[in-house]
Write a protein that binds this ligand. Structure first.
Ligand code: AMP
Ligand code: MN
Ligand code: MN
Length: 339
């Protein structure tokens, strides 16, 4: 009989703690999260960065690959001053920590830095995590990477304060869909309670993170939802709903790409479809593809077959061609998956 997983092995936690304790206060520590960072990527990374500061480390930098643009909802997170553009990352850090990164491809050019580092600690919760890094704190059952980051902070003896807690709370709230998704366990609520107890105001945070968007983003959302297509017979009769957004759409409404990050949520609400698909243009003939399932389909397996990854009910990959080509690919993957 196999026992259920209880998260990272004790020796991995001990190795991670020892890796931090082995460093002098002026050691260069580089933190990295995934491209187009979301609340969990930034929140887990910056919360941990603040904890390193509390431990007395003076040379801590945080970064992510690609365009150096922090989504407005996260622009005032505590610890944003730790962020530097990819080009200003330490070239020879004593320690690298990687947050919420399912695959090395999600770190762009920074993957080389991780591979070359003497020690790299990977904190992640993607079932599809590809297994890089020398110390691995990876738990697919964790609701957010911040669950693992908070545990490491506690093991390092740093008490939670309101700034660290706000980072971890934003991460937890975003990755659980405001405490709605299936990974929202008793332990998740207990962690949320400990974070709120530092003095957080969840109402203010939620309004800022989830309920505030530029007017143009609202109009753009309306257009993208207006062109959604429902295919009730797709996915073996379980139904597929899909839509797409182009760079021209963003430009017309004068909006940055991050405003599309949560647009899959209204799409996936369609009752007639188990599977929801949002195809977001990132360049000429290149698309960031978001997949969601209500339970019938393990979309991480579909995404992984295309070089992407994610979780059972929420996953993504990079698609090429026209939006119709991407939709064709997903229809075919669903047929194969369900046959
Ligand atoms: P999204 O649809 O962008 O909200 O992503 C849903 C989940 O899939 C998240 O956990 C992402 O980290 C993961 N994901 C999205 N795109 C990719 C990709 N190209 N490769 C690996 N994981 C991805
Ligand atoms: Mn993420
Ligand atoms: Mn995450």
């Amino acid at each position: 009989m196999t026992l259920p997983s209880t998260g990272p092995a004790a020796e991995q936690w001990e190795a991670a703690v020892a890796a931090v304790r082995a460093l002098g206060g002026d050691a260069g520590i580089q933190l990295i999260c995934h491209v187009s960072p979301d609340g969990d990527a930034l929140g887990s990374m910056l919360g941990f960065g603040l904890a390193l500061r509390r431990l007395g480390f003076t040379r801590v930098r945080a970064t992510f690959p690609g365009e150096f643009r922090v989504p407005t909802p996260y622009a005032e997170l505590p610890g944003v001053d730790l962020l530097v553009p990819e080009a200003e990352a330490f070239t020879d850090p004593a320690l690298v920590l990687v947050f919420d990164v399912a695959a090395e491809s999600r770190m762009g050019g920074l993957a080389g830095l991780v591979a070359a580092a003497p020690v790299s600690v990977v904190l992640d919760h993607h079932a599809s995590n590809t297994g890089f890094g020398t110390i691995r704190l990876v738990d697919p059952r964790a609701a957010a990477t911040s669950v693992l980051a908070e545990q490491l902070v506690t093991r390092l003896g740093v008490p939670l304060d309101a700034e660290i807690a706000e980072c971890f709370y934003v991460a937890l709230a975003t990755d659980t869909g405001s405490f709605k998704f299936e990974a929202t366990t008793v332990a998740v609520h207990e962690l949320a309670a400990r974070l709120i107890a530092t003095g957080l105001r969840p109402g203010d945070i939620s309004r800022r993170i989830f309920d505030t968007r530029p007017f143009g983003a609202m109009k753009l959302t309306g257009e993208v939802l207006g062109r959604a297509v429902l295919e009730p017979s797709a996915a073996g009769g379980r139904g597929l709903v899909w839509t797409y957004a182009t760079l021209a759409d963003l430009e017309r409404h004068d909006q940055p790409p991050y405003v599309l990050d949560t647009l899959i949520d209204p799409v996936r609400s369609a009752a007639e479809a188990d599977v929801a698909l949002l195809v977001k243009q990132v360049a000429e003939r290149e698309w960031a593809v978001s997949l969601r399932s209500k339970g019938a389909v393990d979309v991480s397996r579909l995404a992984m077959s295309q070089g992407g990854g994610g979780h059972r009910l929420a996953a993504g990959f990079t698609g090429y061609g026209e939006p119709g080509d991407v939709v064709d690919t997903v229809r075919r993957l669903l047929d194969d998956y369900l046959s």
